[in-house]
Design a protein around this ligand. Structure first.
Ligand SMILES: C[S@@+](CC[C@H](N)C(=O)[O-])C[C@H]1O[C@@H](n2cnc3c(N)ncnc32)[C@H](O)[C@@H]1O
Length: 353
């Protein structure tokens, strides 16, 4: 079932298929009451993916599975290894923020008196959607991604749609209380992000809430003495690896340090107010006395990230493959052994006017 663009259309994968990732099963009791999304102009187009459509979503490279949307910049794999990494990252971020968003009061307030609908852009395995659906079973939570890697049995009123967010959201204006976008920096080019924010403003109801969460692109050593905190010296391989990643993504128009720009773009759009940014520190490794468990997990997540970028960087033409292998080896060693390393994670919130 291909729509001629080389991609499957927005859709529900078929029910009753044992091993495929999927979205709400129409025969499932907890979704059948409102499976047809009356606020989405995608409803009429939603159809089940046939088995033969799944290969159209993926391509194999260097032993890993990637999305097959050649036009899109997203460089990370979509295979089981990457899905596990995203799920571990979801747990670590919840640990660091205290919940699925740092200010749950804002989330509760906005959901209390509105459309009863929330949207998650670039949902990945849909972990945020699932967490939301469990916490707010009355809310319809929709996750969008280009690849069908979500559960076939989402809880509550959760639902997944396969679509490219850079093509414009297919949902009605003013139809969501909350739009969430986490770790989307690699998915949307710098040029498109402000356009996407206009679309976010369109689908949010007045007073609705936008929340973004993005990692900064370089680590820091906040607890070191001034003059001794230079990541370039303390973890040179990881630092260079990140620089190379930023350079390779930059060639595709992707700006990694997106979180610094998002508040400016929100402000410039004129559509948002109460724009705030909170920064969380994520220690990498087992050195932090209070965050040892998260730190160990965070080191694994970033090691997984380094490995996941190998194919993309290998084809970037910026570094010979043998040199890349050495650089990755050094970066992984530093992630596992250098003490005091911290990554910043920025959460930006804004209300729609
Ligand atoms: C780093 S993952 C983040 C997943 C999820 N937000 C999380 O925090 O766990 C980015 C996701 O964006 C998806 N993606 C990339 N480009 C996209 C696009 N143009 N439209 C929709 N999803 C996209 C990828 O398939 C991937 O699952």
């Amino acid at each position: 079932m291909n729509n001629g663009s080389g991609r499957p259309p927005a859709r529900h994968p078929p029910s009753g298929r044992p091993s495929q990732p999927s979205v709400a099963d129409p025969s499932d009791d907890n979704t059948s009451d409102n499976d047809e999304d009356t606020h989405s102009d995608a409803s009429a187009d939603l159809c089940e993916l046939a088995d033969e459509d799944f290969p159209a979503s993926f391509v194999t490279r260097d032993g890993r599975l990637f999305h097959s949307h050649g036009r899109l910049p997203y460089p990370l794999p979509a295979d089981g290894r990457e899905q596990k990494r995203l799920e571990a990252q979801n747990l670590v971020l919840k640990d660091v923020m205290g919940s699925i968003c740092p200010d749950m009061r804002l989330v509760r307030e906005v959901l209390a008196s509105g459309t009863g609908r929330a949207l998650d852009l670039c949902t990945g395995t849909g972990q945020w959607v699932k967490d939301m659906a469990v916490m707010f079973p009355q809310v319809k939570v929709i996750g969008i991604d280009i690849v069908p890697i979500q559960t076939r049995y989402p809880p509550g009123r959760a639902q997944f749609e396969i679509a490219d967010i850079t093509e414009g959201l297919r949902h009605e204006s003013n139809s969501f209380d909350l739009v969430h976008a986490r770790c989307t920096a690699f998915s949307v080019t710098e040029q498109r992000y402000p356009i996407m924010l206009r679309d976010v403003a369109r689908v949010l109801r007045p007073g609705g809430l936008f929340i973004s969460g993005e990692f900064r692109n370089y680590p820091v050593f906040p607890e070191r003495r001034p003059g001794r905190n230079d990541p370039d010296i303390l973890c040179p391989h990881f630092f260079r690896f990140l620089g190379l990643t930023a350079q390779a993504l930059g060639l595709l128009g992707v700006r990694w340090d997106l979180s610094c720009k998002i508040p400016q773009w929100l402000e410039a759009s004129g559509s948002f107010y109460n724009i705030t940014r909170r920064t969380f520190e994520l220690p990498i490794g087992d050195w932090h006395p209070e965050q040892r468990h998260s730190g160990i997990k965070a080191a694994e997540i970033f090691v997984g990230f380094v490995e996941a970028m190998e194919s993309f960087l290998g084809y970037s033409g910026l570094i010979p493959k043998e040199e890349l292998a050495r650089l990755m080896g050094g970066a992984i060693y530093e992630l596992q052994h250098v003490s005091g390393l911290v990554m910043y994670y920025d959460v930006v919130c804004a209300h729609k006017r």
